[in-house]
Design a protein around this ligand. Structure first.
Ligand code: AMP
Ligand code: ZN
Length: 494
């Protein structure tokens, strides 16, 4: 699917871009470290399993941010990491390595597991029209750099235990400022590793226990072992973007442990002082998307139905309906998933696609009409206001609804807005949105034949036959939508 953005010139006199910085807890103007550039690092997945749609919200957010930065005229340098080693089943440095655990339980190598789920993840991103980053950083390809980074901070900031090299969080100022629930006890976390100096201290190198061999392990000054998860992101961010870079993103769970730990490492590495100066954290801004929740609360891979994009697809929902659902909410608000909500987003997407159809194939022309330039200015103001995508969507609908307007200019305005929202409106066709649920037993031809017969029966006022045909269709899972204003006529139920 199109990873290329079309029709998105930077606004000549744009609205100032303001973004919410979780570190300072306020909206701030975006001021790039390197003029004209925007360097963004997004924490990526741990590839030991499929990503659920909650995880995907994090990448829709990062992509919308990236598209906005491109729209505002910045040369975007976006990096997303793939964690293929070193992420434990518990954030508190205990439990098994998620990769090794999945490998053992599936009888595969850790490499096979990582490659398989990386491919699945990238397919989901394509489905959601998330643009590729300029670089995918894969953790196992940066281990020598991680060892160098750890060596640079070991003497002043770390101590060694039998289980590994630990970071002493009291050696940097303002540890945990990013987190919301900071206490003197180190966020009240459970101290799962005996002999740590502080509960919040964390492993930056995990030694392989004596007598054991890991599938993925490396030699280091602290013995054979694997890097700690937090270390990966510090090192890959520094390698690819240089400290300080502009924006670091992730889901809000990372605001509590992973990112404070990354920040502490970065402060140590840079010999930096207090977080009153945000740059000491390694990035100027830290941005976090809120959770997608389901009725039971936080979405998880283990509890209940495993909501992943493939499941949505199998039930007949186009993945872009999910992207639209994300955009309807502000990224800092919780979003509750429901099948009804997804259905409503799909209907809205259908309306958008139908609305765009008359201008889709018309070559775009420069937008000069005042009514359109006004709407584009409003769009710019909305998206520049900490990514107000829900307002941006309504402005897109205003453009589409506009009558007696030059079609080529209208097409250009739609392209500009869609380039930022990333719904692919100019590429997706009506037919693409009608996805057959996997469980459907009836063919499209059978449906069309039955509907044609029903139409004839109704024309002949033979309502008994018409009702019978309708009942048969319903029994086969087909919802007949008489007088459907969208003109889609029928849909297969899930
Ligand atoms: P993980 O693979 O667990 O490291 O998660 C990948 C990304 O998804 C991280 O940025 C998480 O913060 C984010 N994330 C995890 N669960 C959710 C959720 N339910 N809603 C939104 N983002 C999430
Ligand atoms: Zn990370």
């Amino acid at each position: 699917m199109g990873a290329v953005m079309t029709d998105t010139p930077a606004p000549a006199s744009g609205a100032p871009l303001r973004l919410f910085n979780s570190l300072t807890r306020q909206l701030e103007p975006f001021a790039p470290v390197h003029p004209g550039e925007a360097r963004v690092y997004s924490c990526g997945p741990t590839v030991y399993n499929y990503q659920h749609i909650g995880n995907m919200r994090a990448y829709v957010f990062a992509d919308t941010l990236g598209r906005t930065l491109s729209f505002k005229g910045y040369d975007l340098r976006h990096v997303i990491n793939i964690t293929d080693v070193g992420h434990l089943t518990s954030d508190a440095d205990a439990g098994d390595d998620k990769m090794e655990k999945a490998a053992t339980s599936l009888g595969k190598s850790a490499r096979e597991i990582a490659d398989f789920y990386t491919d699945e993840f990238k397919r989901d991103l394509q489905w959601l029209n998330v643009r590729d980053p300029v670089k995918w950083t894969v953790a196992t390809q940066y281990v020598p750099q991680m060892i160098e980074f750890a060596k640079a901070i070991a003497d002043k900031h770390c101590y060694e235990l039998d289980s590994g090299l630990y970071f002493d969080v009291s050696t940097v100022p303002d540890y945990g400022r990013l987190a919301r629930a900071v206490t003197d006890e180190g966020e009240g976390r459970i101290e799962e590793v005996a002999s740590k100096r502080h509960a919040a201290d964390f492993a930056i190198w995990r030694k392989t226990p004596p007598g054991e061999t890991r599938q993925m392990e490396w030699d280091s000054p602290w013995g054979m072992g694997a890097p700690g998860w937090h270390l990966e992101c510090s090192v890959m961010g520094e390698e690819e973007l240089g400290f300080p870079f502009d924006i670091h993103t992730g889901g809000i769970d990372h605001r509590e442990i992973h990112h404070p730990n990354e920040i502490a490492q970065n402060q140590a590495y840079r010999g930096a002082g207090s977080l009153d100066c945000a740059e000491h954290s390694g990035a100027r801004m830290w941005m976090h998307n809120n959770f997608l929740i389901d009725r039971g609360g936080k979405m998880s891979k283990s509890a209940g139905e495993f909501l992943r994009l493939q499941l949505l697809y199998d039930r007949g929902y186009h993945p872009l309906a999910y992207r639209l659902m994300c955009l309807q909410a502000h990224y800092r608000s919780e979003l509750e998933f429901s099948w009804e909500g997804l259905g409503a987003a799909l209907t809205r997407l259908k309306r958008l696609v139908m609305g765009v159809a008359p201008v889709r194939d018309i070559p775009a022309a420069a937008v000069e009409d005042r009514r359109l330039t006004d709407l584009l200015d409003k769009f710019d103001a909305a998206i520049s206001d900490d990514l107000n995508t829900s307002v941006a969507l309504t402005l897109l609908e205003d453009v589409i609804a506009m009558k007696r307007i030059d079609a080529a200019q209208k097409r250009a305005a739609i392209g500009t807005i869609d380039g930022v929202l990333g719904i692919s409106l100019l590429d997706v066709l009506r037919g693409d949105l009608r996805i057959r649920p996997k469980a459907a037993a009836i063919t499209d031809e059978e449906i069309e034949t039955a509907l044609a017969r029903r139409k004839e029966a109704r024309a002949a006022k033979d309502f008994a036959t018409s009702d019978k045909l309708r009942d048969e269709l319903i029994a086969a899972g087909v919802e007949v939508m008489d007088g459907d204003p969208l003109g889609w006529d029928w849909r297969l139920e899930n």
